[in-house]
Ligand binder design. Structure first.
Ligand code: BG6
Ligand code: MG
Length: 215
């Protein structure tokens, strides 16, 4: 392919924030009187905040009205923001900075395509904001992954056609979003969950530019 841009999901690809989401959702579940496990948490990866709350409530068999749901999601987010506001650059996942540097030195544009409304805070805490030409986060989109909106907007803001972009994703919903947007997709994690991706790598450590270009 004619590779001109790479669009990265943030949570689970550049940083492991799933553990902070988990701690905050678990605390909320505990307050409501039920257990929420790491296994349950798997289903929340890549899923928007309100959709995550719906899954959590289903796990607990709890019914809430819309106003209560907003209050619960806000309470969870306040705890989550407390955790991420203490993040440091040490939490950048191995291989990320090196890959971003290699792409940028070849003139390949870079973007963030994240469902999170907290992406900006995280990028500031880990000091990576300037490594991305474009940042599209949950504040800029209307439809959550697997809808391709976040990645299509990323490509558009980079000034590129989708077929010239590759997406890096750790969640099934994100891979579906990338493919639905007409982009190639590299799954970061286990082939067991990410089988639909054009290529699956365990992390960003050993990936070569040729591998990306030859998808
Ligand atoms: C995604 C995470 O990146 O962002 C999900 O994988 C999270 O777990 C979603 O629910 C929304 O994040 P936030 O920070 O806006 O609540
Ligand atoms: Mg993710």
């Amino acid at each position: 392919m004619d590779l001109k841009g790479c669009i990265f999901d943030l949570d689970g690809v550049i940083v492991d924030t799933a553990k902070y989401h988990f701690l905050a959702w678990q605390r909320l579940a505990e307050e409501m009187g039920f257990a929420f496990t790491e296994d349950h948490n798997e289903a929340l990866k890549g899923v928007s905040r309100m959709a995550s709350l719906e899954i959590l409530l289903r796990v607990g068999g709890v019914v809430k009205d819309d106003e209560e749901k907003i209050e619960l999601a806000t309470r969870k987010n306040n705890w989550y923001v407390e955790y991420i506001s203490r993040m440091t650059p040490d939490e950048i996942l191995p291989g990320s900075i090196d890959l971003l540097n290699r792409l940028r030195s070849e003139g390949i544009l870079t973007a963030i395509g994240s469902a999170s409304r907290n992406a900006g805070t995280i990028l500031d805490r880990i000091g990576l904001r300037t490594m991305f030409d474009v940042i599209v986060d949950g504040n800029k989109i209307h439809s959550a992954k697997p809808d391709p909106e976040v990645f299509l907007k990323g490509a558009e803001e980079l000034g590129l056609a989708p077929e010239n972009c590759v997406v890096f994703e750790d969640a099934q919903a994100g891979i579906e979003a990338a493919l639905a947007g007409g982009m190639k997709c590299i799954g970061v994690g286990s082939p067991l969950n990410l089988g639909k991706a054009n290529l699956v790598v365990p992390d960003l450590k050993n990936i070569t530019l040729n591998q990306i270009k030859n998808l």
